[in-house]
Design a protein around this ligand. Structure first.
Ligand SMILES: *Cc1c(COP(=O)(O)O)cnc(C)c1O
Length: 447
């Protein structure tokens, strides 16, 4: 083959597969286009180059670093929250070798993986018990299966949400074997609607955070306290799916509308579920906190074993939760919180720094200016909140905005900008200080 140099050291299996794919494609082309004209692109040299390209694709690491210049802090498609440095250290410390995942070093007996997390979660939320599963969808599924299978769960029609990536509450409910009893209408649900729906088969009353949308205008919703009061009258537990579930009050930064897991429990919820990688800013996980009795019932269910977390999650989550023992410190140490809380002025300084670096690089085709814009929390949190930010609006004399976006996406590391009104914007809120130099280099080198 002509491109020997490019395929030297490539595993035989990869080379074989790539060659097969290229030859199959060539055969299909011949079959569909009949007799071949001269120079049809099927001569050996061309085929070899195609194989080399296929091999390059196959040998390239698939999960790669991305610079998030979208301004969406919790962007599900690019991994939601970046982990705190302490979580990275914990992974390094414990996951390359063995760790006491299910072993009590003091007594030399078997332990549980939940023991590393439960005391922290109880301390941080005021819960009597806590457990962690693979993600929040799993947490909701497990709670429903363990507490409501074959029975009824009352939910307001205004809370029957779908979240990106096909988490549809009615579907999860069906999978769990519980029967959904919808009450009220999309925009108005009253406590009497819940009361009228209670029957002998009612297992749970469930309140679900509306997550990525808001009903505004003529609407009415029943507070958690009212639901808890009703539940107590009928001995029916109340479960709240918070979705984002912050551990700190975000309102000082002007982000209102999310309450903390502790607030839900103080409000009387028997169980609360939320994600580890949304506003908490840790690894993907589903956290279940609440009364000892219900957490035990959920933890004992056989499905809990199928949804359990691995040691990497335990390591990263324990470290992340420990940051919250010092709430002020957590705002700095947890990247998602740091980004949400960073003042606009500070983002502006980073935008100016990026502009200076690009200008200094003297890229003739590029021009950029710092503009005021709005970032978003993302991850289904705070859907209507606009966080004042600063962006670098970048234009290229020879490329349209979509073409420039494509070039940035194809760079290494990939850069994801936001494209608005046919302009490429780099939102510096979600770009770290460390990434500015690399980002400047990538932009300045686009010819
Ligand atoms: C995000 C979300 C979920 C799903 O959580 P994952 O951790 O992504 O599985 C469930 N419920 C609500 C209200 C959410 O916002």
């Amino acid at each position: 083959m002509e491109s020997d140099a490019e395929t030297a050291g490539v595993p035989r299996q990869v080379l074989l597969e790539a060659t097969r794919r290229v030859l199959d494609e060539a055969r299909r082309a011949i079959l569909s286009s009949g007799p071949l004209p001269e120079a049809s692109g099927l001569e050996p040299g061309t085929l070899a180059r195609q194989v080399a390209r296929e091999v390059e694709g196959a040998m390239r690491i698939s999960l790669r670093k991305v610079i998030n210049a979208t301004g969406v802090v919790l962007h599900t498609n690019i991994g939601r929250s970046p982990l705190p440095a302490s979580a990275m250290c914990a992974l390094e410390r414990t996951c390359g070798g063995y760790c006491n995942l299910e072993y009590r070093l003091d007594d030399g007996v078997r332990g549980t993986r939940q023991e590393h997390l439960e005391p922290l979660l109880c301390a941080l939320t005021g819960a009597g018990g806590a457990m962690v599963v693979n993600n929040n969808a799993a947490a909701v599924l497990l709670v429903l299966r363990a507490l409501a299978r074959g029975r009824e769960v009352i939910v307001s029609r205004g809370q029957l949400i779908e979240i990106g990536g096909s988490f549809r509450l009615p579907d999860i409910m069906q999978e769990s074997g519980a029967t959904l009893v919808e009450v009220g209408t999309t925009n108005r649900t009253r406590i009497s609607d819940y009361r009228n729906a209670i029957g002998p088969d009612t297992a749970l009353i469930m309140k679900i955070h509306q997550s990525n949308f808001r009903i505004v205008g003529y609407s009415e919703d029943v507070s958690l306290r009212e639901l808890v009061k009703l539940g107590k009258e009928h001995f029916i537990p109340v479960v709240e799916d918070l979705g984002s579930g912050s551990l700190v009050d975000l309102s000082p930064s002007g982000l209102t509308g999310e309450h903390t897991a502790r607030q839900s429990l103080d409000g009387g919820a028997d169980l609360v579920t939320f994600s580890g990688d949304k506003l908490l800013g840790g690894p993907q996980a589903g956290l279940i906190v609440g009364s000892r009795e219900y957490v035990d019932a959920v933890g004992k269910h056989p499905l809990a074993r199928a949804l359990r977390v691995g040691k990497m999650t335990v390591a990263a989550l324990e470290a992340t939760l420990r940051e919250y023992l010092y709430p002020e410190g957590a705002r700095e140490a947890v990247p998602a919180l740091r980004m949400l809380f960073e003042p606009e002025e500070s983002v502006r300084r980073r935008a100016r720094r990026l502009k200076r670096r690009i200008d200094r690089a003297g890229a003739a085709n590029i021009s950029c200016r710092v503009i005021n814009e709005a970032s978003r929390a993302g991850g289904g949190s705070l859907p209507t909140a606009e966080i004042p930010t600063c962006c670098l609006a970048v234009t290229h004399s020879g490329l349209s905005a979509p073409d420039l976006e494509k070039r940035l996406r194809g760079s290494d590391p990939a850069v994801l900008p936001r494209v608005k009104d046919d302009t490429v914007l780099l939102d510096l809120r979600t770009v770290s200080d460390d990434e500015v130099a690399v980002l400047a280099g990538i932009i300045a080198s686009i010819d």
